[in-house]
Design a protein around this ligand. Structure first.
Ligand code: NAX
Ligand code: ADP
Length: 502
């Protein structure tokens, strides 16, 4: 997992180096990394660097300074270099170096024309210093953009866009990954992210969040499960998931969750759905073993007596997809009383009370559902506000409910009640299709059932992020075949798991 830090953490880590007079050296390292990436972008575009024309949009601070030095470093390679200053000033030494290297400072009135003609744009308007809405020019959609440290106008901590931020194809970020690049608008605007080491290493504190990479997924699953891949495995050891889902209004949600749980490879699936959809569920997932209302009631009663030996072999719950309050809550109450780990989604989110999670629940809201969860703690925060600072509100809710929270969105934020946070960035907007969340719930339930008894909250956070990552990968695979609906994810999930080495 890659550590990510807030802007303030990065600034604190830089302080001792700046105090030791290393500011210019830091800037040179940053500029060098940016110039190297510009070379790679030009080679990727045209197969050559010589003879190309690179434009820098330059703001008033060090971000503009980095970019000016990077442009100066490109000139000896036969690159024509131009800049437009967005304000009345620019970093003086860097501007002088740029001019010495043969660079040209164009007037603002020339900008539109230059944007049509140049081969590459370096966005050096604002980096860590972006604090208020920024006015930036409209960038032609076919112009390749390389952002210096952060796309200008992205808040380094929250990822919120301060104004209309031009998206970058790639971002070279200095010292360490910033949280604002991996969530919210920043996640969407950053493009490919390269972290350039400028020597902050030992000065960096405990990271604010961790970001999953491909190879983390199988590590997480192998370290969290008690060995179902070992020779002695049998179906109960491999994991039994209880699924309470579906209603006459939303029958498909139960089918998608059940299908995903089976596709992810669990030992046994027990399902409790309304009678009207029982036959359809068994047709979609013949592996499912129905869980009757009587059995459910017994589970609840026994666990209240603390009789842990008789939990019907169910190791975890997936609760809520397609559930409505009328037919679900009786069954839900029994499941929630059973003291087993549970994925709690959609209709079941309205059955949880603040403080009651005992760090064994994973709540899986989107921003609208998170807003409703927060409202039950007395805080009225709208979905747009949540999307503007997803790390903060996912964590807040995790603390308030004493539960792990998986906050859905373009990037998925998984936070535990102790603040431990893991972000999954796989997949894209192709997942924004009705029912894809139901697939995620079945998949995560399946991983949770395989995780063995009493996983701790940090294990739950990692499992939740791994499920989001696999889900995203399944979306990418499904999209390769053209537009798709959520049911296609049931076919691509096993392929995603295999590709990720699970
Ligand atoms: N601090 C350091 O030692 C290092 C900084 N580096 C670079 O320096 C950047 C941070 O530099 P700065 O602190 O100078 O900040 P920026 O260059 O990001 O911003 C410059 C100034 O612009 C002003 N500003 C904020 N919002 C604005 C808006 N909407 N319109 C116009 N002006 C606005 C602010 O007052 C800010 O101080 C990093 O992102 C990175 O690129 C790197 O060179 C590595 C070392
Ligand atoms: N723009 C997006 N980019 C990437 N993933 C997205 C995007 N929009 C939604 N998703 C993902 O798609 C899923 C949608 O879940 P949800 O909102 O619960 O849908 P539903 O209730 O219809 O099943 C979540 O995993 C979410 O993270």
């Amino acid at each position: 997992m890659i550590p990510a830090y807030t802007g303030a953490q990065i600034r604190r880590a830089e302080r001792p180096l700046l105090e030791a007079g290393q500011g210019p050296a830091l800037m040179q390292s940053a500029a060098h990394a940016l110039a190297n990436q510009a070379v790679l972008e030009l080679r990727d575009l045209y197969g050559r660097v010589y003879g190309s024309h690179v434009l820098g949009l330059i703001g008033p601070g060090n971000n503009g300074g980095d970019t000016l030095y990077a442009l100066a470093a490109l000139a000896p390679r036969g690159v024509r270099i131009s800049v437009v200053l967005t304000g009345s000033t620019a970093h003086p030494e860097a501007l002088a170096a740029f001019v010495r290297a043969g660079g040209r400072t164009a007037e603002a009135s020339e900008l539109d024309d230059l944007l049509e003609r140049v081969d590459l744009l370096l966005d050096g308007v604002l980096g860590l210093g972006a604090t208020r809405p920024v006015q930036l020019p409209r960038i032609p959609s076919d112009l390749r953009v390389l952002a210096c440290d952060l796309p200008s106008g992205i808040d380094a901590d929250t990822g919120a866009a301060l104004g209309a931020v031009p998206g970058a194809h790639a971002t070279v970020t200095f010292g360490a990954l910033k949280t604002g690049l991996v969530v919210g608008d920043g996640h969407l605007a950053a493009g490919r992210i390269r972290v350039a080491d400028i020597g902050l290493g030992r000065h960096l504190p405990e990271p604010e969040a961790w970001v999953l990479e491909d190879h983390d997924v199988s590590k997480i699953l192998h370290s969290s499960d008690p060995g179902w891949r070992a020779g002695s495995v049998h179906k109960y050891r491999r994991g039994v998931l209880g699924l309470i889902a579906g209603s006459e209004a939303y029958p498909g949600a139960a089918l998608l969750s059940a299908g995903a749980a089976v596709a992810a490879g669990l030992g046994m699936l027990r399902t409790h759905v309304p009678p009207a959809i029982g036959a359809a569920l068994l047709a979609a997932a013949p592996e499912a073993v129905p869980l009757s209302a009587t059995e459910l009631k017994q589970l609840g009663v026994r666990s209240r007596r603390n009789d842990k030996s008789t939990t019907g072999r169910i190791g975890a719950w997936a609760l809520g997809p397609g559930l409505d309050a009328t037919d679900g809550n009786g069954a839900l109450a029994h499941a929630l009383a059973s003291e087993l780990p549970a994925v709690i989604d959609a209709g079941a989110l309205s059955a949880v009370t603040p403080g009651a999670g005992e760090a064994r629940w994973i709540l899986t809201p989107h921003a609208g559902e998170l807003s409703a969860l927060l409202a039950r703690t007395g805080l009225h925060i709208g979905a747009a506000e949540i999307a503007a600072d997803p790390l903060r509100w996912a964590r807040w809710t995790a603390v308030s409910y004493d539960a792990v929270v998986l906050l859905k969105g373009p990037a998925t934020v998984c936070a535990g009640p102790d603040g431990y946070t893991v972000v999954s960035r796989s997949g894209g907007a192709e997942l924004a299709t009705a029912g894809s969340g139901d697939v995620l719930t079945g998949l995560l339930g399946s991983l949770l059932a395989a995780a063995g008894p009493h996983p701790d909250a940090r294990t739950l956070v990692r499992l939740a992020a791994a499920a989001a990552y696999i889900h995203g990968r399944a979306g990418v695979l499904a999209a390769a075949g053209g537009p798709f609906g959520a049911a296609t994810l049931l076919q691509t999930l096993p392929v995603a798991l295999r590709d990720l080495g699970v």
